[in-house]
Design a protein. Structure first.
Length: 112
């Protein structure tokens, strides 16, 4: 039993999720950068946006084209633009709590 608890304690840190919200609210801008050294899409949220647990992002999420497939980048950009054009709330979420990289983006009226 001691060995089982010891093994569990060793692997427990690998099971924890290290993720954070970038923002939840209205999108006020979507910028597509296609410079020689930077190819990203930035999604800007209103100051009234909530659930900004990643403070360093300051309400701005990034979709880096080299970190996602072309299809995923296109889908994420479509969701961001749909939120911007419709005025619907958008949630942006990062897989890492020390990153502004959007790994999940969704249209939703309330946070869940």
């Amino acid at each position: 039993m001691k060995y089982l608890l010891f093994a569990l304690a060793l692997f427990l840190p690998y099971w924890t999720v290290n993720a954070a919200d970038i923002a939840f609210g209205k999108v006020i801008g979507v910028k597509h950068y296609d410079f020689n050294n930077v190819k990203v899409i930035k999604v800007y949220f209103s100051k009234e946006s909530t659930h900004q647990t990643t403070e360093m992002c300051n309400g701005v999420g990034t979709i880096t084209q080299t970190k996602h497939s072309e299809q995923v980048v296109s889908q994420m950009q479509s969701i961001a633009m749909a939120g911007y054009l419709s005025g619907s709330k958008v949630r942006a979420y990062s897989e890492s709590n020390d990153s502004c990289e959007i790994d999940l983006i969704s249209l939703q009226e309330r946070y869940f």
